[in-house]
Design a protein around this ligand. Structure first.
Ligand code: ADP
Ligand code: ZN
Length: 430
């Protein structure tokens, strides 16, 4: 696949590290000088800017958390006077009060270039028409993809979210070749296509880029089959820049993190360096709201070794979930993504499911409502019961905890137009 900026994408590792170190020293100095929050943190620890002499010295710097951003709501983390800000976005607020982020002109420029790098890398060119099915209100997804696609010269359809039938009509009428949305919404689009009898062969699609929520390899296969496209995972978060932090290349085996702008680390629960755990990101070039060692709350691991695409920027695996997504059921840790991996392997399973946590006699219980395909639902009761038992068995051996399964009618679980809400926690209400 082509390179948007071959020099930087394939730069030798030692040169990349030198660039990172130079930028790290700069951003640390910049934060100390301009952000009272960081100055105080450094002073409290007796940490001096000059103590950061190597990339490894980053470990001396304390973490920045989502709570720090909330405590400094809305603009107390800014490193520039507000007159230098040209755009303000906010996170989706999936885990509480949304955090606010602000961009200078230069931040927007870098973001646009990174988005162009990512889209070009998965094959989007000036000859493509890309439908952007992300929210444009506050959320970074809509704008980020628009900027990058326009820079490449592709034709942007700023479709926004909702009105699924119209989305499909546009896809068909405008000869759309690429689209981007959450993976769960893509599955919903495929469902409605069936309902209104528009076939994937009626469409011109080649490429899909999906993110903003965790999704499994089985979901990737379902999406690729439903639209006859290549589906790529991309990850980002508004606090760091929005989408544009990393994306999969044609290998579809891990996402390349753009090391010229972000310095990634992974830590375990105790905060020590680890191969697997929470992703920590430091922005190396942000002007408006630079962040040092930001705890993303997202769980992943590094994929070691050079990628055969030729890019030298290290890869991370698909995001497994958020630290606070982890469910503790009868003392066993369970991630919703583990459940998805197990159930989606059954071809009889439809495209939507819901995880329900309850409490019975002071003990937490886990149950699942899973949609099945229309054929199975209207088929024999015995088959349906056998399927349910088979799924329960697989879950028990995969998770080490018993799960009650209810198989339900297609389309009976509510659809979301943005990030899917898979977990229903009834415990507080009981
Ligand atoms: P919020 O945390 O309120 O949802 P954002 O709208 O900025 O804020 O979304 C960023 C978050 O979305 C990430 O921290 C991560 O949890 C999730 N996310 C984004 N892209 C992916 C992806 N490709 N896979 C899994 N999760 C993702
Ligand atoms: Zn690669």
């Amino acid at each position: 696949m082509p390179f948007w900026d071959k020099n930087i994408e394939t730069v030798k590792e030692d040169r990349l590290e030198k660039l990172q170190l130079k930028r790290l020293k700069n951003i640390v100095r910049y934060c100390y000088k301009r952000v009272p929050f960081y100055r105080k943190k450094f002073d409290d620890l007796n940490l001096r800017v000059d103590d950061i002499k190597s990339l490894d010295d980053i470990k001396k710097i304390p973490f920045t958390t989502k709570n720090d951003l909330r405590n400094n709501y809305p603009f107390n983390m800014l490193a520039v006077p507000f007159s230098k800000i040209v755009r303000v976005h906010a996170s989706s607020g999936t885990t509480g009060k949304p955090t606010v982020v602000a961009y200078t002109r230069n931040d927007i420029e870098i973001w646009t270039d990174l988005m162009a790098r990512e889209l070009y890398m998965v094959g989007v060119t000036r000859n493509d028409t890309i439908q952007i099915i992300y929210n444009y209100a506050f959320f970074t997804g809509g704008f980020g993809f628009t900027q990058g696609a326009e820079r490449i010269g592709a034709a942007v359809i700023p479709a926004g979210v909702g009105n699924t039938k119209k989305q499909i009509q546009v896809m068909s009428d405008f000869g759309v070749t690429a689209f981007t949305s959450t993976p769960s919404y893509a599955l919903h689009v495929a469902e409605i296509m069936e309902e209104i009898d528009i076939n994937k062969n009626d469409l011109n699609l080649r490429i899909g880029i999906f993110g903003a929520e965790p999704w499994s390899e089985s979901i990737r296969r379902r999406i690729e089959n439903s639209f006859d496209i290549d589906a790529y995972d991309n990850y980002g978060l508004s606090e760091i820049i929005g989408p544009g932090v990393c994306i999969e290349c044609e290998e579809k085996n891990g996402m390349h993190i753009w090391h010229d702008h972000f310095l990634p680390e992974i830590i375990d629960k105790e905060g020590n360096e680890s191969d697997k755990g929470e992703l920590i990101l430091t922005t190396l070039t942000k002007e408006g709201m630079p962040l040092l060692r930001y705890k993303t709350g997202d769980i992943t691991s590094f994929i070691e070794g050079r990628c055969s695409c030729g890019r030298t920027h290290r890869r991370i695996s698909k995001i497994k979930g958020r630290v606070d997504d982890m469910l503790i059921i009868k003392g066993v840790n369970v991630f919703p993504s583990q459940i998805e991996n197990i159930i989606m392997k059954f071809p009889e399973i439809g495209d939507n499911y819901q995880i329900i946590i309850g409490r019975k006699h002071q003990i937490d219980t886990l149950s699942l409502r899973i949609e099945v395909t229309p054929e199975i639902f209207t088929g024999s009761d015995i088959k349906l019961r056998e399927l349910k038992e088979k799924i329960e068995e697989e879950l028990k051996s995969g998770l080490d905890v018993g799960v009650k399964v209810e198989l339900v009618e297609p389309m009976s679980i509510e659809r979301c137009i943005g990030k899917a809400k898979r977990v229903l926690d009834l415990r507080e209400k009981l």
